[in-house]
Each structure stands twice: as C-alpha cells, then as structure tokens.
Design a protein around this ligand. Structure first.
Ligand SMILES: [Zn+2]
Length: 139
C-alpha cells in the first residue's frame, strides 16, 4: 500500500493509535494541534494525559527501505564461522550470526540507525525471520 496519509487539522476529532512509553500501553490518542513544522503532530495520551509527538512507526519506514525479505536456509549460511550475537559487538553486512537465546542462525542483511544514535543491524534468521537487533551498545 502507499505511504502514510498526512493528517490535516480539522474540526472533526482525529485520533492516532500510538504507544505511550509512560503508560506502556497503546491508545487512540487525540491529535491536539499541528506543530510549528509541518511534519510534527502532537497527541494527548488518554492514560497519563501527557502530550507526546506523533512518531511514525519505525518498522513501517524500515519496511519501505528494506529489499524484499528473502528466506535463508541453514545450508546458505556459513554456520561454522558464525559469530555469537552480542549487543556490544559490531557486525558487517553479510556476516553470519548465531543468536544464543533463540538458537538460531542468521545473516546480516542491512544496517540502520534508530533515534538517539542507536545502531542496529537487520538480521535474516532461519526461524525467526527478519529481526532488528542493536549493535555497538556501550554499557
Ligand atoms: Zn500515557
């Protein structure tokens, strides 16, 4: 489907479904007003009555950037040379990882950044599918 609809202020009440990190829950939030820049909307959380900026879902934009998901099979991966995944390590596209908790192998297919300068890798796992994991985390 196409991109996101731009929501214009109007007389009718507009709500956007978004997660509130304070309430740790999802709500249909009222759109309060358009911010000073065209692409910022403010929402009011019905749970904590707090205001928060509307954040387009990260996974949506990532999905749009991503090439088509390709399944990987065990025989496609050089599992003997797989690296153990750890969030404080850094990885290169094409490297094979082993995720200990899931006991799953995957290949790094892309690298990405999240707000706050957090670096991530996209890994295509055999069983889990495509998963975004943190890398280079400094503790
Ligand atoms: Zn809230």
């Amino acid at each position: 489907m196409g991109g996101r609809t731009v929501i214009m202020p109007s007389e009718t009440t507009t709500t956007i479904h978004q997660h509130c990190s304070v309430c740790k829950a999802d709500f249909d939030m009222d759109v309060i007003k358009q911010g000073s820049t065209e692409d910022v909307l403010w929402l009011k959380c019905p749970g904590c009555q707090g205001f928060l900026p509307y954040m387009p879902k990260e996974d949506l934009t990532d999905a749009e950037r991503m090439p088509d998901e390709q399944k990987v099979a065990l025989e496609d991966l050089d599992v003997e040379h797989a690296k153990e995944y750890a969030e404080d390590q850094e990885y290169q596209i094409g490297e094979v990882l082993h995720h200990r908790s899931w006991n799953d192998f995957g290949k790094v297919v892309a690298k990405d950044k999240l707000p706050g300068n957090r670096r991530t890798i996209w890994v295509q796992f055999i069983r889990q599918g495509r998963v975004q994991l943190l890398e280079g985390v400094v503790h």
